[in-house]
Design a protein around this ligand. Sequence first.
Ligand SMILES: [Zn+2]
Length: 424
Amino acid sequence: MKLHCEVEVVSRHLPALGLRNRGKGVRAVLNLCQQAPESVPRSRFRDEVGGSHAACLLVSTLKDKRGTRYELKENIEQFFTKFVDEGKATVRLKEPLVDICISKANSSSLKGFLSAVRLAHRGCDIETPLSTLTPVKTSDFEKLKTKMVITSKKDYPLSTNFPYSLEHLQTSYCGLSRVDMRMLCLKNLRKLDLSHNHIKMLPDTIGDLIHLQDLNLSDNHLESFRVTLCQSTLQQSLRSLDLSKNKIKALPVQFCQLREITDLKLDDNELIRLPFKIGQLKNLRSLSAARNKLPFLPSEFKNLSLEYLDLFGNTFEKPELLPIIKLQVPLTLLEASARTVLQKRIPYGPQSIPYHLCHDLDTAKVCVCGRFCLNSYIQATTTMNLHSVAHTVVLVDNMGGTEASIISYFCSLACYVNSSDMLK
Ligand SMILES: [Zn+2]
C-alpha cells in the first residue's frame, strides 16, 4: 500500500537541543510493507508467533530512495488527524522519537492509509496487500501538478480525473452547462476560472473549497448568486470575484458578508440595484459594474474606499428635489413585525413564512440609523461625486460626468431631520 505525499520526519529531540525543524516537507512515497524476517530485531519479536509478518512503514524520498524503515507494531504514540481533509496528518512514533508529518496527500487515500497504519500498530492483519520492497522510481518524486489551463472542449478531461494537487484550474470555452463535481474535490484549489461557459446555477458545494481565493465566472448564464455561498467558507477565503457578462438582476443582502473581497467585477449584467449594505465590504479596492441598469446607488456606497471604480453606462436617474414620504402612523402590524424580525435577527425562510415575505425581508431598506424599514419610510435622493470614494473613476457617461445618484431611506421623521444636513 502506497501513499504519495510530502513528508517531513521531525525528531522530538530537536526542541531539547534548542533546534527547530524546517517546517517544510519533501516529496516522498510512503510504503506500508512487510518486514523482511531477517531484519526483524530479535529482541523484540523473538518469542512472538507471527512477528515476522509485522508491517512497517517505509519512507522513501528522492535523496533516500531505498527508504527509512519504521516499525509500527505497538510503536505509535499518537495520531494527529485534525486536518486530514486537507491531506495533512502526523504519526508520532515511540521509537525512534520522531513525528512523521504528512502533507499534500489526497485526503481519501490518506484516510485509507492511516487506518491501515492503525491496524498495523495493533498488530492486526491488514486486508490490503502490503507492498513488496521494490525500489521507488524517480518519477514518483516529480513535483505535483498545481496548475491546469484548458481553453477548448477537445482538451477537457472526460475519462481521467483532475490531479488532486491542483491549485489553479481554468476550464474556459468548454461548453460546460454546470460545474463539474470533480472540481469540487480539489481541496487545494485557490484559483478557479470557469469563464466563457454556459453555467446557469452554482452548486452550494463551491463553498467547501476552503482555500478558494479567486473565482472567475464571467460570460456564463448565471441569474443569481446564491445566499448559501455568501454564508460559506468563502467569507474567509474569497478575494476576487468576476461575475461579469451574466444575467444577474440583484445580489442578495448576504453578499456583503463576503468581507475579504478586494476585487469585484459585475459588468454587463442586468443589475437594478447594488446590495444596501455594500459599505460593509471594507476590503473592496476595485469595483466595476459598467453597463447595468442601476438607477441609484445605495447610501452606504459612501462608506467605500476604493482605488478603482467603473460604473459607466448605467441608467442613473436624476435626483428628486423633494423627499418621498411614505411613513405609516401608526406602523402596520406587518411593518412592525418585519422590523422586529430583522432587528432581532430572527431566522426566517420559505419554510416558515410566505415566499413573498422572505423576498420583502431580503430586500428591506436600511435607515442611516442602522434600523430596517419595509414599507414605512422617507426616501430621499441626492447625487455624489464618485471621486469621493475612489482614486480612479471611469466616467459614468459620454458627457464626462463622474456624478451618480444616491438613494437614502429613513425609518422615521426624526432620522430624516437629523440627517438632512448630510443630504445637502
Ligand atoms: Zn432611522
